[in-house]
Design a protein around this ligand. Structure first.
Ligand code: DAH
Length: 365
């Protein structure tokens, strides 16, 4: 039997197959159960041993070469198919992205950037601290010893285990521990803001278990309340982009400041929206609390490893979410954290709308 001729013909046909279906048909024709070469293999059993010795290797070699040719051709055709697809499916990077659904910068992120921009202009650097804190940084060093009643007011989330220093671990209830960390790390003088997430076990329309604060801390020589008042006024005017911002400073109490002051801004309601500006005592106006502040308590400065006889300072803590609600007119804090793209596309900002003092920190997208 002329296996060589059969082989040559098979190989020629395989080489000539110009698509994968044709090639598969050839594989079945030659090597399938009923295939011609499979048929040849079956004849071996009927041959006598001498003949089989001669024919066997030939038929096996034929099958080898055909299946090898099939594999090579398959690889070639697949590569060509892939190349054709890649050529046909190239992405045109110059095409504009689809407009919906579109990502947006969350108002909290935007307001944090706005605050950082305003305070950077006043010479403040940005500091950070861990969200998983120990009770020394979160409470004790801030003049709240274990028995202090203010601890109970914080609705703290505690972890079951203490850390290696035997301190209780918790989710920080405010950004104030960053004051302590900054003092210990960099010593005096200091001028920082510390934005970040804080946690309290609390939930209703104006409270969420996670919310955002921004802490401010200035430590220097000869610092007094006048510096605090001027800084807050300059910040609020720049943030709301209005010159008619009026502050009311009210005496208050925080363990970490002495004296402590709560700051209200005057506002009026226009079309159901609160608009900041003017004295809260003016007709149609009212006061709204926006932040807590005060002169840093001597004991806190000492806990930060700084000599309170030499250095003084002021500090403030602002609720970022509240400030965002006030500036951009949202009324339910919980919607901030629902992750609803419809809410975000309404209240969110374009990624290109980076707040700058020259371009404006207050213009919604
Ligand atoms: N840590 C306070 C809170 O979460 C806010 C605060 C008040 C921070 C007065 C301060 C401050 O730095 O001086 O309620």
């Amino acid at each position: 039997m002329d296996h060589a001729a059969t082989g040559q013909e098979a190989l020629a046909r395989i080489a000539g197959a110009d698509d994968l279906d044709t090639l598969e048909a050839l594989r079945v024709e030659f090597l399938g159960k009923q295939g011609s070469i499979s048929g040849l293999l079956k004849t071996l059993g009927k041959l006598d041993p001498e003949e089989r010795k001669v024919e066997g290797p030939k038929i096996h070699a034929l099958r080898e070469s055909v299946s090898e040719a099939l594999a090579v051709r398959k690889d070639t055709l697949e590569t060509a198919a892939l190349d054709a697809r890649l050529a046909a499916e190239t992405i045109d990077l110059s095409l504009p992205a689809p407009s919906t659904p579109r990502g947006a910068v969350h108002p909290v992120s935007q307001v944090m950037d706005e605050l950082a921009e305003v305070f950077a202009d006043l010479g403040f650097a940005v500091a950070t601290g861990p969200e998983i804190e120990d009770d020394w940084h979160n409470f004790t060093a801030l003049n709240m010893p274990e028995s202090h009643p203010a601890r109970a007011m914080h609705d703290t989330f505690y972890f079951p285990d203490r850390n290696d220093d035997g301190r209780e671990m918790l989710l920080r209830t405010h950004t104030s521990p960053v004051q302590i960390r900054s003092m210990i790390q960099q010593g005096a003088p200091i001028r920082i803001i510390a934005p970040g997430r804080v946690y309290r076990s609390d939930s209703d329309a104006t409270h969420t278990p996670m919310f955002h604060q921004i802490e401010g801390l200035v430590i220097d020589k000869g610092i007094h309340l006048g510096h605090l008042k001027w800084t807050l006024e300059a910040f609020l005017k720049a943030f709301f982009e209005r010159d008619d911002i009026v502050l009311r400073l009210r005496p208050s109490y925080f363990p970490f400041t002495e004296p402590s002051i709560e700051v209200d801004v005057g506002y009026s309601s226009q079309g159901g929206r609160r608009v900041v500006g003017g004295s809260g005592d003016a007709p149609g106006h009212a006061w709204m609390e926006v932040l807590g502040s005060g002169m840093v308590n001597r004991r806190v400065i000492a806990a930060g490893g700084i000599d309170p006889d030499e250095w003084q300072g002021f500090a403030f803590g602002i609720g970022v979410d509240r400030l965002a609600m006030l500036k951009y007119g949202m009324d339910d804090l919980r919607a901030f954290f629902d992750g609803d793209v419809r809410w975000l596309s309404h209240y969110g900002f374009s990624a290109l709308d980076v707040p700058t003092l020259s371009g404006g920190v207050g213009t919604p997208a």
